[in-house]
Design a protein around this ligand. Structure first.
Ligand SMILES: *[C@@H]1O[C@H](CO)[C@@H](O)[C@H](O)[C@H]1NC(C)=O
Ligand SMILES: *[C@@H]1O[C@H](CO)[C@@H](O)[C@H](O)[C@H]1NC(C)=O
Length: 399
């Protein structure tokens, strides 16, 4: 809930004078990859319900490598996979290792806020949660990547909500299990009734009320940070700013207390990418599954449920239907996802090839992307498991 508050606040702030800003502050995924020396290709995929979602492909890797599709988390976008820079960010590491890397942007973030007929000023544009990302965005994207590359199977790597959508998609459309050589799930969010973010429970308890207040105020989205709010971040969270610790504390309160894991000097840069815009319904859907403890579609009331799902109750996602191989990675100090939630998920899945706890007690939810030693603590092992499921072209290319 706190990112909602922060991001709404930042979006309202008037522009300030220029500061000696990091040139990559607020840069797009494409700008960052180019600055790091990677060629980038932008793709736009049209979903069956008319949304236009954007993908960036790192063309730096060896041509013809197995496609790896990277799925970002809540509030974020494709750029999170590049923030730690060459040699440390998973997007670059996979490209260097010869994968054909595709970075996805789910509907509603700053790169994917487009639709064939709906304007983003239209409230009906924002009537989606991660359920629609799962059943519309992901299948269209996977089919696009396979069609362009000629491969029959790709690998997927998700963080947080990226995994939520991937699991919901595989459960709702079991035929997609066959298109997945391996799913590597960093913080696989499905059972999150053990959500531990401090002070969040009173907000969650009263979520329906908050939602109706937002609706009355005609707020349907959490807007992305703008150039103006980026310069504010530099002035608030930069080195030698007295308020830097406030910024650090905000991240720690949200994701888990681990001040040693994060490079404080990079806070303005990180924060300028961590709020890329999302629909209020996406947050509402998470609030619902935190409360219910069930992994199910969003409850939109009996009538709308019936229209969308064909039943008055929101349907559960049947995890037992998934037979794609999945590797699960979790951390002790992840405030969003308690290890208990990972164990419950693992029990319901039929093809878990590995479950790994990050060997660092303080590792938190955002450390999966930003930790100073994320390569040695996590990615080296993620890439070793991915290697086991990596096929040669000959075995996998479509006839
Ligand atoms: C959306 O609506 C706004 C305001 O009505 C308008 O300025 C803008 O051009 C529209 N955008 C598109 C893509 O139609
Ligand atoms: C920390 O971030 C700053 C600013 O982005 C960067 O110059 C420095 O190299 C980073 N240090 C480490 C250890 O990554």
């Amino acid at each position: 809930m706190w990112p909602l508050v922060l991001s709404l606040a930042l979006a309202q702030v008037p522009p300030l004078g220029a500061d000696a800003a990091d040139p990559l502050l607020c840069a797009t995924t494409e700008e960052m990859a180019k600055a790091a020396g990677y060629a980038v290709e932008a793709h736009e995929v049209r979903t069956a319900d008319g949304y236009l979602v954007r993908l960036e492909r790192l063309v730096g890797g060896r041509p013809g490598g197995q496609p790896a599709l990277l799925l970002h988390g809540l509030f974020c976008a494709s750029d999170l996979w590049l923030l730690r820079g060459p040699g440390a960010a998973l997007g670059y590491l996979l490209a260097d290792d010869g994968y054909d890397v595709w970075l996805m942007n789910f509907r509603g973030n700053r790169y994917s806020a487009r639709h064939t007929t709906l304007n983003t000023t239209d409230p009906s544009f924002w009537k989606f949660s991660w359920h629609e990302m799962a059943v519309w965005d992901l299948p269209a994207t996977i089919d696009h990547v396979l069609a362009v590359t000629g491969w029959r199977q790709l690998q997927a790597v998700g963080h947080s909500m990226g995994n939520t959508a991937l699991l919901a998609m595989l459960a709702s459309r079991p035929q997609y299990s066959r298109k997945l050589a391996l799913g590597s799930l960093l913080a696989p969010v499905a059972y999150i009734h053990t959500f531990r973010v401090p002070f969040s429970h009173f907000l969650l308890a009263d979520w329906r009320h908050i939602q109706s207040l937002l609706q009355r105020a005609r707020i349907y989205r959490v807007p992305p940070t703008t150039k103006e709010s980026c310069s504010l971040l530099q002035k608030t969270c930069g080195d030698d700013k007295p308020t830097q610790d406030l910024c650090l504390n905000l991240i720690q309160t949200l994701y888990g207390w681990d001040p040693q894991g994060l490079n404080k000097s990079a806070l303005p840069f990180y924060l300028s990418h961590m709020f890329a815009g999302v629909s209020v319904d996406t947050i509402a859907h998470f609030a619902q599954i935190i409360k219910s403890g069930r992994f199910e579609a969003m409850d939109r009331g009996p009538e709308e449920n019936f229209r969308r799902y064909g039943s008055t109750r929101p349907p559960a996602y049947h995890l037992q239907r998934i037979d794609a191989p999945l590797a699960l990675y979790y951390a002790d100090n992840d405030y969003e996802l308690h290890p208990k939630g990972v164990m419950q998920l693992a029990k319901e899945l039929q093809n878990v090839v590995s479950i790994e706890r990050v060997p660092e007690t303080a590792f938190n939810h955002i450390d999966f992307l930003l930790h100073k030693r994320v390569l040695s603590l996590l990615y080296s092992s993620v890439m070793a498991v991915m290697q086991r499921f990596r096929h040669s072209i000959a075995a996998n290319i479509s006839p």
